[in-house]
Design a protein around this ligand. Sequence first.
Ligand SMILES: *[C@@H]1O[C@H](CO)[C@@H](O)[C@H](O)[C@H]1NC(C)=O
Ligand SMILES: *[C@@H]1O[C@H](CO)[C@@H](O)[C@H](O)[C@H]1NC(C)=O
Ligand SMILES: *[C@@H]1O[C@H](CO)[C@@H](O)[C@H](O)[C@H]1NC(C)=O
Ligand SMILES: *[C@@H]1O[C@H](CO)[C@@H](O)[C@H](O)[C@H]1NC(C)=O
Ligand SMILES: *[C@@H]1O[C@H](CO)[C@@H](O)[C@H](O)[C@H]1NC(C)=O
Length: 659
Amino acid sequence: MSWRRPSSLALGLGFFASLTTAANIEVTVGKGGKLEFIPPNIEAQIGDTVTYKFFAKNHAVAQSTFADPCHLQENGIFSGFTPNASPDIAAPTDFTITINDTKPLWFYCPQTNGNHCQNGMVHAINAPDTGNTFDAYKAKAQQAATPSTPPAGTVPVGGLRKLHIDVGFNGGLMFNPNNVTELVGTVVEFSYNPANHSIVQSSFDKPCQPIEREGGGFVAPFVPTQQTPSGVTFEVTLTNSDPIWFYCAQTKKSHCQSGMVGSINAATEGEKTFQAFKDLATKAPPSTIGPDSPVIGALKVNGTFISSLGGTVLDTTTLDPSLGSEIPPPEMNYPPYIGGMAGGNQPTNYNWGDNITDEAVAILQSLQYVDNFIVVLLLEGFNRVNQGQWSDVYPGSITQTLGSLVAQSLIHRRTYTDSLQHFGKDVVSVCSNYNLDAALKDVDTWLTTVLTGLHLSIGATLDALTLLATSDPWTTPALATGLGSQARMSALVNLMQNHVAAAAPREVLIPHELATSYITSHYAQDAKCAPPSATKDATKSFPALVIKNKVVQPDTNRVTEITIEVPKDTQGGLFIAWLGPWGGLKFTSVDATDSTAYVPDSLSGHVWAVLTSKDGVKVADLDTVTVAGPEILWVSQQWPVTLWSGFLTYIVTLRSAST
Ligand SMILES: *[C@@H]1O[C@H](CO)[C@@H](O)[C@H](O)[C@H]1NC(C)=O
Ligand SMILES: *[C@@H]1O[C@H](CO)[C@@H](O)[C@H](O)[C@H]1NC(C)=O
Ligand SMILES: *[C@@H]1O[C@H](CO)[C@@H](O)[C@H](O)[C@H]1NC(C)=O
Ligand SMILES: *[C@@H]1O[C@H](CO)[C@@H](O)[C@H](O)[C@H]1NC(C)=O
Ligand SMILES: *[C@@H]1O[C@H](CO)[C@@H](O)[C@H](O)[C@H]1NC(C)=O
């Protein structure tokens, strides 16, 4: 089979497949009481998901081979049976599969009561137009032997079976549904609604109290919200068929005692029915909740996983853009979930010494100035990727990772702000008016700008490490920790960029004065965005270096020469200082007649260029001779273009041959 859609080509490049937009296709099963999947015969791309919604009677989705309809194939996908009395309101449980390749997939409903499959209740994904067509499969099913398999009671496999429960349904004090029977392997997803509920597992005997047993039960926090739905969910996986009892621990208006309780797999007769549990709850003492949450289940805010809260209330102002401009004092934290998203909070003490040198103050302010920019830029972009105009660009897992990077950058900025505040020094207020229009033009430009910001920050941190190791040694572990985090962030951003695999970046040392100057010259548009006072000095704010032209070698794609715009009123000889990895610094002269300069042969990947009035100076003194810049430049690809396209052709051939 040839490539049906161009995006499939990306599969050969592994990760890049997920850069194309994945769709979710909804298929109804038995809607209107008919023995039908609607639509019956669909096309889906790699990475797409298909969600089955169940209606009237008691249906399931099961996978067969083309040759043997109505019988579960070996290791075949199976949703589990899903009873539903309503022909037009979907069951609270649905089933989602992910498409891994474009081979045809054949499905049927295995209900034996009424022989649904033999009566034509079949379904296909990516069925061919000729030969083994959907119609041919349906005709075969009508001749298939009874009974269909698997039997009722078989647990789901090969997809995600999810039971959706609304918490605070319709603004009321109830879970909906609150009394269900479910299969082992099902994920129960609780969705929070107004106003301020929690979800806590109890025993049957003591409703409204957390279950007392080894390991405890699940606990999901209070989530005050005014939004329906809030986007906050809590997921618990059913690992056995024992009855589960739960309640909302809100004491204001006694939610649990007023009937806000629920059960999964409660007995339908005998002493421990759902009704009996509800009756016990009305007489229960005031509700309590455990000291921590989330416990056991997975708490998510619009898909972003939150591992810990350090409390029992989740404030849903998640990643509110104003977080970027809030600088908490050292003893105060961001809302608790930020630390959870970041995988841990900042320490309460960085092993500060008794004093801090003026140079360390200036450098920490400079680093904070760069980080302020990165945090604002990340938050702006994250909100677009998470729920704004770029929300369909990346799969949820990438968006989630990005959210954790934003949280990490908030936590890491505290290395500077906590330290400055600890010594009673000024922190750098956050500019409310960066000129970000160009950077936020599209998702790729945003990513490129984020990467540039990270390069600047890494470069300036290397400078800081070099300069402060002796005078302020406590800074070394703190700065190096931040460096590690930013290097990992740039690796992720590198992968997300929609271009050929980038050469592994090598970190370049950038004098911190030049790093702040880059932010000022490119993004600051008013006085509030100017560099921090300690580094503000007429000689330390340089114009941007404008690169007007590049000479690129056609065979290797290597940049060998650049033409710059010489700033007005400059006199005397000019040079380009090339900042390379391992603290390297090379100079080439700028031709006085045509303003060109050669790129040193040894440089590759990203390098930074600075226009200077003198050559041969040390990196620490570069700012004293800088005329303009720095500017980032991509001087070479990992592989020559010819080799790269040869590799692509190879991959495409390989993939075509295997399908
Ligand atoms: C895709 O792969 C996953 C993981 O192996 C599997 O669970 C799922 O059933 C596969 N999807 C299809 C449609 O085969
Ligand atoms: C939500 O309820 C919890 C528990 O009663 C309480 O601690 C928290 O302050 C409430 N939040 C709001 C915003 O009402
Ligand atoms: C989740 O996303 C929705 C839709 O964009 C938004 O309205 C809601 O505020 C988000 N929820 C949270 C808690 O951020
Ligand atoms: C709970 O569900 C069972 C089984 O469907 C049913 O027999 C029972 O009446 C329900 N109880 C309540 C209180 O709705
Ligand atoms: C700074 O602190 C160190 C130890 O932390 C101490 O040895 C030194 O004397 C202090 N310097 C000043 C100027 O206070």
